[in-house]
Design a protein around this ligand. Structure first.
Ligand code: ATP
Length: 493
């Protein structure tokens, strides 16, 4: 933006000087020189890509599919595609056209870059990587030139390394391969994508260096259809969030080089980390080791892992300390959540704490029952009840509610809306687009009110459990699910 304004102002100055009769030749000369300098500075990106790639080519050398956990089916699919490349004589003999591109799709941090590096090792290919954003420049032609240069670098690096194959990896391909005509400001995006298509079309099975393009994205819906047509990205491999077994495998990989104490149960950590990506799990193992070091321990214990889950989920501990009264309110609120969680699903509370972390002043973490992908009506109603229990506990124990529950209400409303859209209400199956707003509001608030009544009943009955938990929480700041269940058993007997 500043660049454009400066160019505009300079042009206005030159035109005014011309009108006033000054000789502007020296200024024009200077402008051309500055423009040329700027252009070459922009082109320097090409050299950066190349240098960077030379570095990464050596980095991946020992990387294999064995270093990737929890992606068995994605790896199997990818390997099947890569076997085509390994067996290039066979495919040439049968007249099969070469595989030009493999698209890896999936959420961030699931191991797409790792898969591309492992694919390069598997096919004994030179590895060259770049990110989609590196190709986008203000000036027409620079991006296209960078694409050309990237493929050229791949061939040169492979030749230098005496390899027959090169693997070009482009991360965030949606930035350069987005639907054409969408970037209205200039045609630079379109030219860059066109160049990529040209490069892909030019890949041949009898090239001296056979190049394979592997791209990754978490927005494949944004990609231009021309990229996705057969003959371009011929294979699409989904790299999803790992399931429980997958999480365990990844944890094992990332604790290989760490001293673990006897009490460490990675299965329990894998169970507690539903929704974590490989990158989350790597960070979790690293954070646990840091905590152990801070404790002066020589081995990482289960409680280090447990605390790291909280850190990765909620963010670091905050220095701010709420007042005594606020701490009490937070303790009541979280104990309310925990009570309902245990009532609707025994054994579900993992930790309960009043330590401020991230945006929360305290929190109750649940142990997922099992990896769940489909939810029943009962399950959703119970979730709403758990979300409402914090504010109902505040109302019953402390006599009024606070602003700390707005996030819970939002979540409860969203869950009730999911129930409405899934045909779980008395309205049956509905078309959300033509459902009157008033009726929608009435149905959603009806679900929430019904659960609120149910929660109120439970909390009045078990008020003593909450008050006792609050005192322990205020003293210890954190209690485990096991301890909370002991308190419940003690009071209910
Ligand atoms: P993005 O979409 O954000 O680019 P990505 O899917 O390419 O992410 P990677 O860069 O491959 O993710 O992974 C980041 C880090 O997370 C890796 O360096 C590794 O430590 C860890 N990781 C991610 N997935 C796995 C996995 N399946 N197995 C082992 N480690 C993993």
């Amino acid at each position: 933006m500043i660049r454009e304004i400066s160019i505009g102002i300079s042009m206005a100055v030159v035109v005014s000087m011309l009108i006033m009769g000054y000789d502007v030749t020296p200024f024009l000369f200077l402008a051309v020189a500055a423009g040329a300098l700027y252009y070459f500075a922009g082109m320097r990106g090409l050299i950066n890509i190349k240098n960077f790639e030379t570095g990464s080519a050596s980095e991946h050398r020992d990387f294999s599919f064995d270093d990737i956990g929890g992606q068995e089916s994605a790896i199997k699919e990818l390997k099947e595609a890569l076997d085509f490349i390994k067996n290039h004589c066979g495919i040439k003999h049968l007249g099969i056209r070469p595989l030009k591109g493999i698209l890896l799709t999936g959420p961030p941090g699931t191991g797409k870059t790792l898969m591309a590096k492992a694919a390069a090792s598997y096919t004994e290919a030179a590895f060259v990587a770049a990110s989609g954003s590196e190709f986008i420049e203000m000036y027409a032609g620079v991006g296209a030139q960078r694409v050309r240069k990237l493929f050229q670098s791949a061939r040169e690096i492979a030749t230098r390394q005496k390899k027959d194959n090169a693997l070009v990896f482009i991360d965030e391909i949606e930035i350069l391969g987005g639907k054409r005509g969408k970037a209205t400001s200039h045609l630079e995006y379109d030219q860059t994508l066109n160049q990529l298509l040209v490069e892909m079309d030019g890949l041949k099975v009898d090239d001296k260096v056979r190049v394979l393009l592997v791209a990754a994205t978490n927005r494949d819906d944004m990609l231009d259809p021309a990229l996705l047509r057969p003959g371009r990205f011929d294979r699409r491999v989904k790299v999803d969030l790992p399931d429980k077994e997958g999480r365990l495998e990844i944890l094992k990989l990332h604790t290989r080089n760490k001293p673990l104490a006897e009490d460490v149960r990675l299965e329990i950590i894998a169970k507690d980390t539903f929704g974590f990506s490989g990158a989350h799990l790597e960070s979790l193992a690293n954070e646990a080791a840091i905590l152990a070091m801070r404790d002066g321990a020589t081995e990482i214990c289960q409680h280090h892992f447990s605390e790291s889950i909280d850190k990765v989920m909620m963010g670091g501990k905050l220095d701010k300390r709420p007042s005594e009264t606020e701490m009490r309110r937070v303790a009541v609120h979280e104990s309310g959540h925990a009570l309902l969680s245990e009532i609707v699903r025994r054994g579900s509370v993992s930790t309960l704490t009043v330590t401020p972390r991230g945006d929360a002043l305290g929190y109750m973490r649940q142990t997922p029952d099992d990896d769940t992908y489909l939810y029943t009506k009962d399950f959703l109603e119970n979730q709403i009840a758990i979300m409402l229990a914090g504010s109902v506990a505040e109302e019953i124990i402390l006599g009024n509610r606070s602003t700390g529950s707005s996030g819970d209400f939002e979540q409860a409303m969203r869950t009730a809306d999911t129930m409405l859209q899934s045909g779980m209400t008395e309205l049956g199956v509905i078309c959300p687009d033509i459902l009157p707003q008033e009726l929608k509001h009435k149905t959603i608030t009806g679900i929430v009110k019904e659960q609120e009544e149910r929660v109120r009943k439970y909390i009045i009955e078990s008020k003593i459990i909450i008050t006792q938990t609050v005192e322990i929480l205020l003293e210890k700041e954190k209690i485990s699910g096991e301890r909370f269940r002991e308190i419940m058993r003690g009071q209910l007997n």
